[in-house]
Design a binder for this molecule. Structure first.
Ligand SMILES: [Ca+2]
Ligand SMILES: [Ca+2]
Length: 289
């Protein structure tokens, strides 16, 4: 089987695994959202700059009616509030059950939390965040877990089929969107974006990870975990990749440098101006009703 076929098969498996069983939990017979279902819409990937490609966006539901897959959370979305504890803002969770054994990665659970706080510290926005508990070792919705825990969950170092089919992928953020009973993405707040249901973040343990702020220069053989976690959480907060990709000294490079570059650029624990700008454009008006 060619690598391309393996990749396609891997995505097919993911779609099959999430099909059915994740319906909006209608609380009353007249619920206008009865029949709405959360389905995986796309995956955003950050890659090793020594690999053959820059990070990319993989559409998993491109067959849907209006093909509008750019998505964002809706403040006070009753479909999210039915599973996130009744919280109108964004809830997040950190699963401590899938940790890497890499010797130079000492505090991955702490960094999964801190990567959230890096974005929340931006003064232009108030994300109205709340942390929800998640059972350690919960499988994750992408892999067929029966329960939603939060709007944004970092599941951890899980050997996904994606990491086997695309071995230069460092991390991935899956976005689930709501579809109605006819299979079309919904836009209940009429902002032109499909309504996000939840997001999940996974990391590829095939790489050698570090979090001491020293190891992790591009091409060093180590990947700095905080830098990748902050990048993935950027996707978790609806931010897209940014920066032009070129080649220099045998590596893919991005310009201008930003946390949200599609390729790993070494240790980067602070947001750049472009990262902040993208974040503020998404969230300055949140909560918006
Ligand atoms: Ca919308
Ligand atoms: Ca590893």
């Amino acid at each position: 089987m060619t690598r391309k076929l393996i990749k396609v098969f891997g995505l097919f498996v993911l779609v099959v695994m999430v099909a059915g069983g994740f319906n909006h939990r209608a609380s009353e017979a007249q619920d206008p959202y009865a029949g709405h279902t959360a389905v995986v819409g796309y995956a955003e990937i950050i890659t090793d700059p020594a690999g053959p490609e820059a990070g990319r966006l993989v559409y998993l539901r491109q067959d849907l009616g209006n093909k509008r897959l750019t998505s964002d959370f809706v403040y006070g979305d009753p479909r999210r509030m039915a599973f996130n504890g009744g919280y109108p803002g964004i809830t997040y969770a950190v699963d401590s059950g899938f940790q890497s054994a890499d010797a130079n990665l000492a505090n991955e659970v702490g960094w999964m939390r801190d990567s959230i706080l890096v974005w929340d510290a931006e003064n232009c926005s108030d994300l109205a965040l709340q942390e929800n508990a998640v059972a350690p070792g919960s499988t994750g919705i992408v892999r067929g877990a029966p329960t939603f825990y939060a709007d944004l969950t970092q599941v951890g170092f899980v050997p996904l089929p994606l990491f086997v089919s695309s071995p230069t992928v460092l991390g991935v953020t899956y976005t689930f969107i709501w579809i109605d009973g006819a299979g079309n993405p919904t836009d209940i707040d009429s902002n032109g974006k499909a309504d996000a249901a939840l997001r999940e973040i996974y990391y590829n343990d095939a790489y050698n990870w570090a979090d001491n702020g020293v190891l992790g220069a591009r091409g060093s053989g180590y990947i700095d975990f905080p830098s990748v976690a902050i990048h993935e959480v950027g996707h978790g907060f609806s931010q897209a990749h940014f920066g032009n990709i070129g080649t220099k000294d045998g590596f893919l490079v991005a310009n201008p440098d930003a946390v949200m570059n599609a390729i790993y650029g070494g240790i980067r624990w602070q947001l750049t101006g472009t990262d902040s700008g993208g974040h503020c454009s998404n969230w300055a008006n949140w909560p918006h009703q």
